[in-house]
Design a protein around this ligand. Structure first.
Ligand code: FDA
Length: 310
């Protein structure tokens, strides 16, 4: 738990960022979780995964921009990504996930409106390709703003996806509010450091909260996107789909690129819809640190690879 907290705190430290990203050996470990730095790299991965029967959601890495120019760059990167996806004609089998902090949400004086204004053209471009955008969820201070942006976007683009983090104490209520017709909701455990007042801290509490929220979403009228690699919760989702009479195309599993890939394939073979969350781009540091924080074995692997090289 201490290591996890330290790594999550480190994900915001620029000195450490320089140290980690400046080491070429880091690359080998990063490659496990990140599909490459360029659009060409990620499109190659998209071809492979969709050829294996999966769907994908692309994440152009970057978050917490510090000025409006960077925020506009995020918008442009996503528009370019959608242009790149268009010839593949995958429709809703290839969508994109965005972090509103990359669109300026956190900037003082109008960050919320800036993010809404910059993400709207991305959602519009996705819609013209018959696909959707999902708004990733960041730390708990951003939830109200992100759900407000979601509400605005859904007025015109009802397929816009939400993410809810089971670890947050508020999430059962949010899940009930978002379980309405056609509402696409990805449920995840939550990857950010939160206070005990805002979030369950222990594994058992988070897992139980996940199961309760999943029950709400699966029993609802929306489109649940079960974002976990946890074997017990995966099994529970399949059970719930049977109990609630859901057809295979009325919900899906989502997993991160590079994590439990065999399980992803096993579920595809079993007739489940599975979407891989595929990050790409040069700004991979914070994403990578969160993946290290989730699993001590990843940290050991990373440290070993550094030691082997030096
Ligand atoms: P848990 O952490 O208990 O892991 C269960 C098992 O999965 C582990 O035992 C291990 O086998 C494997 N595993 C999990 N993480 C691993 C890792 N990093 N490396 C290797 N193996 C690993 N969070 C957030 O706050 N906002 C968001 O928008 C999103 N978006 C998102 C999209 C998708 C598609 C997924 C799957 C996840 C997210 N997350 C997220 C991250 C999420 O909150 C959570 O941190 C991770 O999914 C890990 O939690 P699990 O549910 O997999 O369980």
């Amino acid at each position: 738990m201490l290591t996890q907290r330290t790594l999550l705190a480190a994900s915001h430290r620029s000195g450490l960022r320089r140290l980690v990203t400046g080491t070429t050996t880091t690359r080998r470990v990063v490659d496990r979780f990140v599909a490459g730095e360029s659009l060409a790299d990620v499109l190659e991965v998209v071809r492979t995964l969709t050829g294996q029967g999966m769907s994908v959601t692309l994440d152009h890495l970057g978050e917490e921009v510090t000025d409006r120019t960077e925020a506009r760059r995020s918008r442009d990167a996503y528009l370019t990504a959608l242009d790149g996806l268009a010839p593949l004609k995958l429709g809703c089998r290839a969508e994109v996930s965005v972090k509103l902090s990359a669109f300026g949400q956190g900037l003082a004086n109008g960050g919320h409106d800036l993010a809404l204004g910059l993400v709207r053209p991305v959602v519009a471009a996705a819609a013209t390709q018959g696909t959707t955008v999902t708004l990733d969820m960041e730390d708990s201070r951003t939830v109200d703003s992100t759900l407000a942006v979601l509400g605005e976007l859904r007025e015109q683009y009802p397929g816009t996806g939400a993410v809810l983090q089971a670890m947050l104490r508020r999430t059962e209520e949010d899940a009930a509010l978002l379980a309405g017709p056609a509402s696409r909701v990805r449920l995840v455990k939550g990857a950010y450091r939160e206070t005990p007042a805002a979030a369950f801290q222990d594994r058992a509490g988070i897992n139980a909260a996940y199961a309760r929220c999943m029950e709400i979403l699966m029993a609802g009228k929306g489109y649940p996107m079960v974002g976990t690699h946890d074997p017990r919760l995966i099994e529970r989702a399949r059970q719930l789909a049977i109990e609630t009479g859901r057809s295979a195309d009325s919900w899906e599993f989502q997993m991160l690129y590079g994590i439990r890939p065999q399980e992803q394939q096993r579920l595809v073979s079993a007739g489940c819809h599975v979407r891989a969350y595929v990050p790409y781009g040069v700004d991979w540091y914070s994403y990578f640190m969160r993946r290290l924080a989730e699993r001590p074995a990843n940290l050991r692997f990373f440290l070993r690879s550094l030691a082997t090289k030096s």
